[in-house]
Design a protein around this ligand. Structure first.
Ligand code: ADP
Ligand code: MG
Length: 209
């Protein structure tokens, strides 16, 4: 197997994981938000998969761009524009690369993080998807620099995302709807940090981890 992330397999697996965890994501969002993160993401990923299945394929960049636009038009809420921007930035970063190999995938994921920050202005500890994505991107760069294959590196990446996700539990939210709760947002895992961890788990699976 080539050491790369197949975009079609990645998006199908992400959609499957979102569907599987839909109720959990919505339950997390009901504790500190408006109970729609699971349904938002499931609606979006169902539309992404439909477009993939109906489309004629394309380069990684083309598929990522198409998916980003679908997410923006279907997910809604805060997470729609954030995920959409992340995918559009990944599309640009992938350029004309024929496959998402280690360096290309790492560059794309870094661009996704930068897109999330540009759009949402979150910093570490705000209790958002940033808190899982940012340590994951750093872990991926470090693992690849260490000479690991992309498949191996993605296992490390997922572990870093899970740790970041779990570390959102005690945090007081400073961005998004959860921030309206102030101190009462502490003690709950962030829904977006949870879904972004699924995105990375799906990439690991698509790479054959
Ligand atoms: P909404 O909050 O509009 O209902 P969702 O429930 O779909 O949207 O998504 C909520 C998630 O979005 C949060 O759990 C958080 O991870 C993420 N989020 C919200 N605001 C921001 C932001 N400014 N930067 C990064 N992530 C954010
Ligand atoms: Mg919500």
């Amino acid at each position: 197997m080539s050491d790369s992330v197949d975009v079609t397999a990645w998006l199908h697996e992400f959609a499957r994981l979102i569907a599987e965890h839909k109720d959990e994501l919505t339950a997390l969002d009901s504790a500190i938000g408006d109970a729609d993160h699971g349904t938002n993401m499931d609606r979006g990923m169902t539309a992404v998969v439909k477009a993939l299945d109906e489309g004629g394929g394309g380069s990684p960049s083309t598929l990522l761009k198409q998916s980003g636009m679908k997410l923006i038009s279907t997910v809604g809420g805060a997470s729609g524009p954030l995920y959409g921007t992340a995918f559009l930035r990944m599309a640009t970063a992938a350029g004309d690369a024929p496959a998402l190999d280690g360096p290309t995938f790492a560059k794309a994921l870094r661009a996704a993080l930068e897109g999330v920050v540009t759009r949402g202005k979150a910093v570490a500890g705000d209790k958002t998807m940033f808190d899982a994505l940012s340590p994951a991107v750093d872990a991926l760069d470090a693992a690849l620099a260490d000479g690991q294959s992309l498949t191996e590196a993605l296992t490390t990446t997922v572990a870093a995302a899970e740790k970041g996700r779990d570390a959102t539990i005690p945090l007081v939210a400073r961005k998004g709807r959860a921030s309206y709760l102030g101190e009462r947002s502490a003690g709950h895992q962030d829904p977006g940090a949870t879904s972004v961890t699924l995105l990375l788990a799906a990439a690991a699976t698509a790479a054959g981890a």
